[in-house]
Design a protein around this ligand. Structure first.
Ligand code: PGA
Length: 255
């Protein structure tokens, strides 16, 4: 996996109907299915997963989800279980996204979700990131703690199903205060590697690290080239098939 760039589209609560979801996915697939050096993953709203899965051909573009519950079945109104997702053919799940943390999800709950997702065979994309950068560098400790708590009980054997995405909250979405610079991301990708090495020794080095936050067709290559990341987690730009296609093409060229 590490030699291929991993580019994940987080569609959040878009697009507004199935027709648009299918059209966007098909347009993305057209580009993504031609690229040897890129693994593309689209994470649509739950309700689109099974229809989009029907459009999947081959392995270059696969489907993920944006959340999952901690149990496989039970009285959990409104939740979706890990085995429900795998039964539809989803293979990835984003966990710990800052928008879900803002709704009240804490590291302990994220940890339970991570373990449940592994058990079902899903690959987990664990998001970590600070809300602001303090001059004393306390955000580094904050990110390491997010990782340690969310990975509690995760074994070396699970690491082939693990991806870490660095998403600084201040660089995400329409209200981003400033774009992250490749050197901001490099600092944290080194921190993530060190935290993984502390937890899993050399096996930690097998875990792909992604960057996410206002990635677009202009800046994608720079993060991939200068920040020691293995891929990107893309929000807004993944809903525009043309722009996302350009991101995929630039990822395919980066060696
Ligand atoms: P953005 O979102 O690319 O729109 O900033 C990224 C994310 O929240 O995953």
């Amino acid at each position: 996996m590490k030699s291929k760039k991993l580019i994940i589209g987080n569609w959040k609560m878009y697009p507004v109907n199935m027709k648009d979801a299918k059209a966007t996915f098909s347009a993305i697939k057209k580009v993504a299915s031609t690229l040897r050096n890129v693994q593309t993953v689209i994470c649509p709203p739950f309700i689109y997963v099974s229809e989009l899965k029907k459009l999947v051909t081959g392995h270059r573009v696969v489907i993920g989800a944006q959340n999952v519950w901690t149990e496989n079945e039970g009285a959990y109104t409104g939740e979706i279980s890990p085995t429900m997702l795998t039964s539809l053919g989803a293979t990835y799940v984003i966990l710990g996204h800052s928008e879900r943390r803002a709704m009240g999800e804490a590291d302990e709950l994220i940890n339970k979700k991570v373990l449940a997702a592994f058990k079902a065979g899903l690959t987990v994309v664990l998001c970590v990131g600070e809300s602001m950068r303090d001059p004393d560098g306390l955000y580094m400790k904050f990110i390491a703690t997010q990782m340690q708590t969310a990975l509690h009980g995760v074994q070396k054997k699970d690491l082939s199903q693990m991806v870490i995405a660095y998403e600084p909250i201040w660089a995400i979405g329409k209200h981003a205060t400033r774009p992250a610079l490749p050197e901001d991301v490099l600092e944290i990708s080194i921190l993530i590697k060190k935290t993984l090495a502390d937890l899993y020794a050399k096996d930690g080095a097998t875990v792909p690290i992604l960057y996410g936050g206002s990635v677009d067709a202009k800046n994608a290559w720079e993060f991939l080239l200068k920040s020691q990341v293995d891929g990107l987690l893309v929000g807004r730009a993944s809903l525009d098939a043309k722009v996302f296609g350009e991101i995929l093409l630039s990822a395919d060229k980066v060696k």
